[in-house]
Design a protein around this ligand. Structure first.
Ligand SMILES: Cc1cc2nc3c(=O)[nH]c(=O)nc-3n(C[C@H](O)[C@H](O)[C@H](O)COP(=O)(O)OP(=O)(O)OC[C@H]3O[C@@H](n4cnc5c(N)ncnc54)[C@H](O)[C@@H]3O)c2cc1C
Length: 378
């Protein structure tokens, strides 16, 4: 059968984590790829905290200078008592997220993808077996929608879209000279109903934010008032802001049709419990690039059928999201913080149940970490 005539084999809308990685993979396998981004640069106006779980850090070799390792979690009850959780061998990576997204888009270009910036896709259609995207006027044999939580590609091609979100907002402060090697997580159902507030010792900044269930407005000032004194941050020294929507309703359906496939946030591939989506954007972005290359170059199965076998349904995490939305009373968190079952649950969520937790007090060097339970700063 004759190939339909098109400018590109694959158009990818959105040069975020999912889109840039799908583009690099597909282009490296020989597809003519257009990577289309609404913003002036791939890393402009970052909306995410950009913290990578270790599993995400293992998917790609990220430039060392754009990341910072964080080895543990300091979990705070609403009364600000805290407990430290560590897990041998486990870490998170804080990132210079804007620079990392730029690097990913450059990597896609080096593989042969053509990047179009300042190019918001507003409309599209499938005609004569070819996808046309407007106003750019690009045609392609297949399109991947990697355009985030409010996917335009989902709307244009009548695919499923995200109906439930958390709303997250974050302020940036100068780095703390003596930042502890922990991700600070603040449980407080008044400040952050349905989720939590956090502070991250980031790359060249300290990030302080909160997310909460939909239809509530995040009170960032209240979070800063509560958290900044605890960490020694100057509330007046705010240097930047970021924020956005976090899909939390699980996989959208349908996520594909004859000529289109959704990945990343557009597909709802975000943990409904933790709101983490970068690992899945990276992992499934790459798998989507491979699936489209197999389909278009080698007569492989349709990418929608391939991804149906791979995409998670998040069944257990959606149930846990319902429990979080109930907004446990603050007194309950205060009472639970040092209870073994609660800590065991927290460890399994933060460290993905793979490893054991260890105890460490703040002044102990790593070599003296005791392999037992948890350390609490009561
Ligand atoms: C406040 C906040 C904090 C978060 N913190 C973390 C965290 O620490 N760790 C974690 O794992 N996850 C976190 N997440 C979730 C994570 O950011 C997302 O899951 C991840 O960024 C998804 O990547 P993506 O490539 O699918 O989408 P996005 O990163 O949203 O990228 C989509 C891209 O598409 C572009 N685009 C959109 N519409 C169009 C259009 N019509 N035409 C052209 N381009 C378009 C956008 O400009 C954007 O560049 C957070 C989210 C928020 C909002």
């Amino acid at each position: 059968m004759a190939r339909p005539s098109s400018d590109y084999d694959l158009a990818i809308v959105g040069a975020g984590f999912a889109g840039s990685i799908a583009a690099a993979t597909a282009a490296a396998r020989g597809l003519r790829v257009a990577l289309i981004e609404a913003k002036p640069q791939a890393g402009a106006r970052v909306h995410t905290t950009g913290l990578l779980v270790k599993e995400a850090a293992e998917e790609l070799d990220f430039p060392l200078e754009l990341t910072r390792k964080i080895h543990g979690v300091r979990l705070y009850a609403p009364n600000l008592r805290s407990v430290d959780l560590f897990s041998p061998g486990y870490y998170f990576l804080a990132t210079d997220t804007g620079a990392l997204l730029e690097w990913l888009a450059q990597r896609a270009q080096l593989s042969g993808a053509r990047l179009f910036t300042n190019s918001r896709v507003e409309a599209g259609r499938i005609q004569d077996n070819v996808v046309a995207l407007e106003p750019l006027g690009i045609t392609a044999r297949f399109v991947i929608g990697a355009d985030g939580p409010r996917s335009k590609i989902a709307r244009i091609f009548a695919l499923g879209f995200n109906r439930h979100h958390l709303c997250g907002v974050e302020a940036e402060f100068p780095p703390l000279p003596d930042a502890a090697d922990v991700l600070h997580c603040f449980l407080d159902s008044r400040l952050a109903p349905g989720y939590l507030a956090w502070a991250v010792p980031g790359v060249g900044v300290t990030q302080l934010g909160l997310a909460l269930r939909e239809r509530r407005k995040p009170d960032l000032d209240a979070a800063v008032r509560k958290i900044a004194p605890r960490l020694g941050l100057d509330p007046a020294a705010r240097i930047g802001m970021r924020g956005g929507l976090i899909p939390c309703g699980g996989l959208v359906r349908p996520f594909a049709n004859s000529h289109a496939l959704l990945v990343g946030d557009a597909a709802g591939l975000v943990s409904p419990l933790t709101g983490g989506g970068i690992h899945r954007a990276i992992h499934f972005g790459r798998r989507a690039g491979l699936a489209v290359a197999d389909f278009l170059l080698d007569g492989g199965a349709h990418p929608g059928a391939v991804m149906r076998r791979l995409y998670p349904s998040f069944f257990a995490k959606r149930l846990m999201r319902i429990a979080m939305n109930i907004e446990p009373p603050r007194a309950l968190y205060n009472a639970l913080l040092n209870r073994p079952m609660f800590l065991s649950l927290a460890r399994s969520i933060y460290f993905n149940t793979r490893t054991v937790a260890v105890e460490r007090t703040f002044d102990q060097p790593d070599s003296q970490i005791r392999r037992s339970l948890i350390s609490a700063s009561f």
